[in-house]
Write a protein that binds this ligand. Structure first.
Ligand SMILES: [Cu+2]
Length: 148
């Protein structure tokens, strides 16, 4: 009886620990920076979650941040179209099929996240994650790939 209780406690702890391997937390700042420049998505993950927080104080119309994931080769063009899409669309062109995933746009003190299916990614392909707020891609950009 006591052993069984211990085992179920083990499972309660073990499951979230496994889930954590299929997510990443990125912090962003008023200095237009992410605290990460590389994300490796384990191919064993079915879904992957990107958590974004903004530790600054500036509002989102001034220093808004998001995370957009595309193939590396699509990043610049997606960012250009994003500027046209504007803040009401979180700086992502609606129905943009080049976009694998994106978070909402946040300002200082806010958090957001997005979860996507890992089968949208191919091993060996080079992906980018970046902030599509106009001008931010130059500093807020990193690589994303599928690994083991
Ligand atoms: Cu930004």
């Amino acid at each position: 009886m006591k052993m069984k209780g211990l085992m179920s406690l083990f499972f309660v702890i073990a499951i979230p620990a496994f889930a954590n391997d299929c997510s990443v937390s990125i912090e962003s700042t008023d200095a237009m920076k992410y605290d990460k420049n590389e994300i490796v998505v384990k191919k064993s993950c079915k879904e992957f979650t990107v958590n974004l927080s903004h530790s600054g104080k500036l509002p989102k119309n001034v220093m808004g941040h998001n995370v957009v994931i595309t193939k590396e080769s699509d990043a610049r063009a997606v960012a250009s179209d994003a500027a046209v899409a504007g803040p009401d669309n979180h700086y992502v062109k609606p129905e943009d099929t080049r976009v694998i995933a994106f978070t909402t746009l946040i300002g200082g003190g806010e958090k957001t996240s997005v979860t996507f299916n890992v089968d949208k990614l191919k091993a060996g392909e080079a992906y980018s994650f970046f902030c599509s707020f106009p001008g931010h891609i130059s500093l807020m950009k990193g690589t994303l790939s599928v690994g083991s």
